[in-house]
Design a binder for this molecule. Sequence first.
Ligand code: SF4
Ligand code: SF4
Length: 255
Amino acid sequence: MQAHTFHIKWGMVIDIDKCTGCGACMVACQAENNVAPVTEASNKLRTLSWMLVYQLSNKQDFPNHDVAYLPRPCMQCGHPSCSTVCPVVATTKDEEGGIVSQVYPRCIGCRYCMAACPYHARYFNWHDPVWPEGLDKVLTPFTSVRPRGVVEKCTFCHHRWMAAKEKARHEGHDPSHLAEDAYIPACVDICPTGAMHFGDLLNPEHEVHKLSKSPYAFRLLEKLGTDPQVYYYSKREWVRRQGDNYLKHEKTKGE
Ligand code: SF4
Ligand code: SF4
């Protein structure tokens, strides 16, 4: 349940038709947020990937075969199933902007939130974080390192928002009315094809507001009622169909 009305809703629109699946967003996210590499990386249940790029296929044979790549951050859901099940209020959606928080010192590691998240966007630290020799010297001071036993997830690079507000204050601007490009998460910043857009979904002047209204825009598993703040965009109908598990007889918005 969303307890607050927001005046800003930070959101993403990811253009699937522009994404090449290069994985730069995954790497940028890992570096920006001090996400430790996991030694048993082949065990997908134990890896940590706040941003994960999935490959989709239309399951047709050549020459009709087609693939698409779908980057998946935390959806910062309007009705987050993760926060409603947390017994210790370690994850909430109560800050202006609508980013779902994760308070590491409060998390008791019960993993209810992981079970509740339909997007598999949460990760449990099975081990203490260990970086290969030398890499520990490039840890960013902006994000705390998480210990074994707590859950973590994408925060839309919340620290970048704090920095943007601080900069605005120093420059004498209103920190609650940031320019469109003043706050951008690392994944959006790095994307070489410009597939990812970021901004305030409620601001009609922001690109994400316009893109999210397109008939080609869709959200993952929208029918569950989670109200994600991450939108996808594709002119390919089969991609939109897979996004929300459309049945054969159902029409997507773009049809
Ligand atoms: S694992 Fe942590 S954040 Fe998740 S429900 Fe349990 S206490 Fe809350
Ligand atoms: S994607 Fe998952 S972790 Fe993120 S807000 Fe939604 S339910 Fe919570």
